[in-house]
Design a protein around this ligand. Sequence first.
Ligand code: PLP
Ligand code: SF4
Length: 339
Amino acid sequence: MSDPVFQIRNIDAAEKWQQILADLVTDPKELLKILDLDPAHLPLDPQVLESFPLKVPRPFLARMEKGNWQDPLLRQVLPLDQELPASDTLATRDPLGEEDSNPVPGLLHKYHGRVLLTVAPHCAVHCRYCFRRHFDYQRNTPGRQAWQSVIDYIARDPQITEVIYSGGDPLAAGDRQLAWLTASLESIPHLRRLRIHTRTPIMIPQRVTSELLAWLTGTRLRPVLVLHSNHARELDEQVADAIDRLSANGLTLLNQSVLLKGVNDNPQALIELSERLFELGVLPYYLHLLDPVQGVRHFEVSEARGLQLVEQLRHRLPGYLVPRLAREVAGAAAKLTLA
Ligand SMILES: *Cc1c(COP(=O)(O)O)cnc(C)c1O
Ligand code: SF4
């Protein structure tokens, strides 16, 4: 079993995603220069980046079209003065009431049977529309010791059958930590499923390493990966290869998107996204209406428009390629599905 070429390739891949993660574009001037865009057209109050810094992984940047301010990938990461609180007084910092469903640090228990763990405090990217941009990660990133309280909480409640790794982005954490946590959870007899909510394989496809596949497929828990992609152009050949490696290992693959003005709020974009996902072996799951968190108003699409778009998808696609339009309501027993 010692194929030296194979081993060398593994090591390369493992180093590579960490290097890419350590070398994100964080300066708007650099971002715009790479895209041949003039920074003079982007007046930016320093407060915008102070409250939510710029973070763009280079493999994602490479898929953007040069010279195009309206590029749907760029729009998702481009900081704008419109994010400032002054222009957005109605939105709250915690629209989902998550601070009430947080019994132990690192764990959210809102819905019956499943708990969400904030496994990593950071992401490979900063999506400007992110509803967790104000989340208290400081309190919610347990060290190893504190993970024990999370594990104990789950072990005490036999109704919990599914654990969801979230964040931040769980795959921004290293495989050693993730393998350790998974092994600890696996010994809880009533747990059946392990779900991973992640955008990292889209941002940095090199993240799908054999180390990742080893712990994901080596657990008795049935793994489900829910990717987060909003536009077909995010899914280039490198991403397709990464997704191939996941599906070749028998993982159930789903995708959730956020409905975003100027990114995917038209039938064509949504149809292409569903078609492309299916080509790669991924089924659309949720299409989320934006949560009204502070600073994201410029991405908002109305519920009426969301319903209209999903209706148009229904006329053009098989039912299994139409995502469920969803919105979270604080205190509700489930995500509210509107269509
Ligand atoms: C979205 C979410 C879930 C998962 O909900 P599903 O409808 O099962 O996808 C679980 N817990 C929390 C806190 C969530 O926000
Ligand atoms: S990957 Fe998800 S959690 Fe991270 S910034 Fe983007 S939307 Fe937010």
